[in-house]
Design a protein around this ligand. Structure first.
Ligand SMILES: Cc1ncc(COP(=O)(O)O)c(C=O)c1O
Length: 405
């Protein structure tokens, strides 16, 4: 078992300085930092194996293909999918949602059909469905939330009808930290014959997700929020559903045969992976999973829970500060506003002190409208953060407010 200090040493960036101060990185909701093992896996691929996959008879291509496909199996095991071909590599959560909205939308959404999302979705789980509904003359419905930032499940039960084809919702809110009653929502959707897409972007690095237990039809996430590289993501889909869907993009690798008269499509997972993929990126996610497994979710959850608890308690002591998002079940994300102060100004001053937080609407503008605020300041913690960093945040914040108020 590594100490926290040893864990921090695994992440080279955590020892750098920002504006002459040690970096305090509290923007893990936006992206997580990368351990050396991930950086090494990517450079090993470019140093030693670089070549295109799936098509080459030569050794480099075979080695690269093996590394890439091994990563797919690691992801399958990590999320407990039944088959590795249920794991599709994409460019990110956004890419995965667009894949489903396009492919599922083309085949299964018709005029008058309904898609249900929630009031706390990231824009990437709103806009693709709006575009689809506009094209198909379908109806987008929104599950409301209460002032604590929790979904009102009773309202969901009223919204869902026999016209509802898909419920697409976030497992965990990036702006509020709310962990939704995911299993319950999936059960209700399935009882009403609707399929479910779960946006797992903010869940994946914080707790074990198990496709067999969850029973989501589609589950999507980004590699870069799981300590892996940017520009990588995953779409999990149940085999029979993915087999039923038309391809998303046409091109190399996704075909079986091509003539000018007719093309037949490849099998899963290749049917949804047109063109040369982000090979190094996929291998990088595999390495990230090895790393997370070596730390273990028991430690990750304990550490993040303590940080959430401690930071919430200390932030509440600051006069005029209001936490936005006080759900009973929360991940280690704290959004806040301070009376009379723009969040942007807080972010800029904290940056001068080496503290990286996020400010703004966090790609959830309708959610900000619900709370009648332009945006929040958001500190989001990962397991490599420390209580000392929380203390630095609090004293930085007091200093910033002293200047701004
Ligand atoms: C809940 C949620 N969904 C979707 C996304 C989009 O992820 P990406 O930009 O990696 O596609 C994010 C990113 O912050 C997110 O937090």
């Amino acid at each position: 078992m590594k100490t926290l200090k040893e864990i921090r040493n695994d992440f080279p960036i955590l020892s750098r300085e920002v504006n002459g101060k040690p970096l305090v990185y509290l923007d893990n909701g936006a992206t997580t930092q990368k351990p050396q093992i991930v950086i090494d896996a990517i450079s090993k691929y470019y140093d030693n194996e670089n070549s295109n996959i799936h098509r080459g008879v030569h050794l480099l291509s075979q080695e690269a293909t093996t590394a890439y496909e091994e990563a797919r199996v690691k992801i399958q095991q990590f999320i407990n999918a039944k088959h590795s071909h249920e794991v599709i590599f994409t460019s990110g959560t956004t890419g995965s949602i667009n894949l489903i909205s396009s492919s599922f939308g083309k085949k299964h959404i018709q005029k008058g059909d309904e898609i249900i999302i929630t009031a706390m979705e990231h824009h990437s789980n709103i806009v693709p469905w709006q575009m689809l509904c506009e094209e198909k003359e379908a109806i987008l419905k929104v599950i409301p939330i209460n002032k604590k930032g929790e979904l009102i499940v009773e309202e969901f039960k009223k919204l869902i009808t026999e016209k509802t084809k898909l419920v697409s919702f976030t497992h965990t809110s990036n702006s509020l930290g709310t962990i939704n009653p995911t299993e319950e929502i999936i059960k209700i959707a399935h009882a009403n014959n609707a399929l479910v897409l779960v946006d797992g972007a903010q869940a994946i690095g914080h707790d074990r997700v198990d496709m067999q237990k969850l029973d989501a039809d589609f589950f999507v996430f980004s590699g870069h929020k799981l300590f892996g590289p940017t520009g990588t993501g995953i779409l999990f889909g149940k085999e029979e559903l993915l087999n039923d869907l038309p391809p998303y993009q046409g091109g190399g690798d996704m075909i079986k045969t091509v003539t000018f008269e007719k093309t037949t499509y490849n099998e899963l997972p290749h049917k949804f992976e047109a063109g040369t993929p982000n090979i190094a990126g996929g291998i990088g996610i595999g390495a990230a999973i090895d790393y997370v497994n070596s730390i273990g979710f028991e430690f990750i959850k304990k550490q993040e829970k303590e940080l959430l608890h401690y930071a919430t308690q200390e932030l509440r002591k600051i006069n005029g500060l209001k936490i936005i998002g006080e759900a009973e079940h929360k991940t280690s994300v704290i959004s806040f506003v301070v009376d009379g102060v723009h969040p942007f100004d807080i972010g800029v001053i904290l940056d001068k002190l080496g503290i990286a937080i996020r400010t703004g609407h966090h790609c959830t503008q309708p959610l900000m409208d619900f709370f009648e605020i332009p945006g929040t300041a958001r500190a989001s913690f990962s397991f490599y953060n420390t209580k000392e960093e929380v203390d630095i945040l609090i004293s930085g914040l007091n200093r910033a407010l002293g200047m701004l108020l």
